[in-house]
Structures are given as C-alpha cells and as structure tokens.
Write a protein that binds this ligand. Structure first.
Ligand code: AHM
Ligand code: MG
Length: 332
C-alpha cells in the first residue's frame, strides 16, 4: 500500500530541479481535499447545503459549500508557503500571498474549489480541480496577473479530487496520470490507479442535450451519429451526463468516451472556464493518451487573455475527440 505522500516523494527525481516545493504543494492540496471531503460527507447534517444568496464573478449562485471549499483550499495553500498566489472560480481577482516565504515560492495555483456544486443538494458527485504553473515574475516579487495567464501547455501539474462513492485524488506532473483513493477510516489516500489511460475509442457521449437546438450544426450532427444504429462501429453509443465535469471526465477516462460542452448562440465560448476547468482536464486527458479541443484547436495551445475566460470543451478518447473535430469542420 503506497500513500499519495510516499508516491510523490518517490517520483520527485522526475524533476531535475526538484527542491521538494511541488511535493509540499501537492501535500497542501491533499490536506484541503480531506477537510472538504469530511464536510461534504456530512452535508445533510450541518447547515452547509444550499445557496448563500450571493453571486460569484460569473453571475452564478454561490453555494455555501463553494465558499467553504474555497476558503479551505486557500488557507491550506497559503499556510505551507509553497505558493505565491492563487486564482479561483469564486474570486474575481487573483489572490496575492505577501508573506516572506510565500513571495519567495515559485508556483501559482488556479482552482475550481467545488465543481458541479449544483449537485451537492441532491447527494451527487462533485469535485475540485487544480492547475499549477511556475511563476514568470521574479522570485521574491509580488505575483502578477501574467503569472496566471499562461497557456495550458506550460502547466507543471494538474489534477482533481472526485468526491464520489469513494473519494479519489487524480493528478499528473507530466509523467502519466495517477489516482489515489481515500481510506475514510484512516483519512489516507492510497495509490489505486497507477498510469491511468483513456481508451482510444469509447461508447459514451456526455453532453447536456437540453441545449440541443442551440448547438452548432457539427455538434447536432455528431449527436445524431452517436444515436444511429451501426454494428460495425458499435452504435448507438450510450449517453451519460452527471453535470459535474470531474465526475463525467473521471468516468469517461476509465470507460472511454467523450465529454462535450460546446458553444451556442447565447454562449459563444460555451460555459466552462479555460484556466481552471478546461486546461487541467486537458493536461490530464493528454497525459492519459486522450485529447481535448475547443472543436478546432488544442485546448493547451490557447493563449489566455482573461482570468475567467471560457472555452468550448471537447475532451476524452482521442478517436472520439478527433471525430467530433471532423464533424465541426464539415458542418459548422
Ligand atoms: P460550476 O463550476 O459552476 O459547477 O459549473 C461547471 C459545471 C461542470 O461541472 C458541468 O459539467 C457543467 O457545469 C454543467 O453545466 P450544465 O448544467 O449547463 O450542463
Ligand atoms: Mg466549475
């Protein structure tokens, strides 16, 4: 039984300039994940379900647990001093850590502390997503917006926590994707899924079909393709959509499938946020042998211009993502 902490330390040699900072940083994420996990598990018993009555920067209702998770992750990341700044779905601006130790650290973290939080009231899986970059500004100075607006291919590490029927932490540092399951009696994450790989081709498509009439033609045609009967290609495919990106991604990674959140007329860039939803998932997908695009371009190549910018997102089994791209080129 290898714990997450032991595994990260054992793999530290993969970073030639490793100083242990990234190891410590992942340790802070692990700690916050445990605290949030504990709270999610008793959500029905304590006054933490439901909306706060406030809206976040995207104009969405903030849930109490959104804010709780945001505070816990921020606190854990600041406390260990391995991060000089954080950006979060729940905060309009970047958060600058001004402490002596923090400003000398070389990493920034972007996160969605509680993704899919509309699911929390009904006891359905939610998640945390994180993305880690090396800062561009000089060590010792105050972190700047440019440190956060980096394209996804520059990520040093990314991962998610899925608070499901069991709680798992899945991460990559660019050397494969590894999954750890939390033993709730001990509060320890153990290695359970080493070198996770997405099947090249799957039979699941995940999309909010309620938006069908608004989708671009290429997506409409692809959905019809998924539904048609064809023995050779094993169709019709199965439709599965939880409405929690982390959970939908996790299932498709294990079983093979494609997740789609495309653009539509009223939302030309779709819904998902590039920097702390699409980029980390795209990094994980590629590391697991899958792909992620906005329908035309590789997600990891997009140069961001705004902290909360959105992007259409097609992600999962490589052959399926390519196929969606062909439909987009032909019909959209
Ligand atoms: P959130 O960060 O506000 O929770 O929104 C992101 C979530 C994703 O987890 C999920 O895939 C998607 O929004 C669902 O959106 P929709 O309800 O429009 O299908
Ligand atoms: Mg989210």
């Amino acid at each position: 039984m290898i714990t997450l902490g032991e595994y990260i330390v054992a793999k530290q040699h993969q970073f030639p300039e490793a100083s242990g900072e990234l190891t410590q940083l992942l340790g802070s994420i692990r700690l916050a994940a445990k605290v949030v996990n504990r709270e999610i598990n008793k959500a029905g018993l304590v006054d933490i379900i439901g909306a706060t009555g406030l809206e976040n920067v995207q104009g969405e209702q903030q849930q109490k647990l959104d804010l709780y998770a945001n505070e816990k992750f921020k606190a854990a990341l600041e406390a260990r001093g391995e991060v000089c700044g954080v950006a979060s779905e729940e905060e309009e601006d970047i958060i600058i850590f001004n402490g002596e130790r923090q400003s000398r650290s070389k990493y920034v973290v972007l996160m969605d502390p509680l993704d899919g939080s509309s699911n929390i009231d009904v006891n359905v899986t939610v998640g945390t997503i994180f993305s880690i970059y090396r800062r561009l500004s000089p060590i010792g100075s105050q972190v700047t917006m440019e440190d956060f607006l980096q394209p996804g291919y520059k990520q040093v590490a990314a991962g998610y926590v899925v608070y499901g029927s069991s709680t798992m932490l899945v991460y990559t540092t660019g050397h494969g994707v590894h999954g750890f399951t939390c033993d709730p009696s001990l509060g320890v994450f153990y290695l359970s899924h080493e070198n996770m790989m997405i099947p090249q081709q799957g039979r699941i498509y995940s999309i909010n079909e309620g938006n069908y009439i608004k989708f671009p033609n290429g997506i409409k045609k692809y959905i019809k393709y998924c539904q048609e009967r064809d023995e050779k290609t094993n169709r019709p495919y199965t439709s599965r959509y939880i409405g929690s990106l982390v959970a939908d991604f996790h299932r498709n990674m294990i079983k093979g499938g494609v997740y789609l959140y495309p653009s539509f007329a009223s939302a030309p860039n779709g819904k998902l946020r590039l920097l702390y939803e699409c980029n980390p998932m795209a990094f994980l997908a590629e590391q697991a042998g899958g792909k992620a695009t906005d329908g035309f371009r590789r997600i990891l190549d997009i140069e961001p211009s705004e902290l909360h910018q959105r992007s259409p997102f097609i992600c999962g089994s490589s052959e399926m993502v390519d196929h969606v791209g062909e439909f987009m080129c032909e019909y959209s």
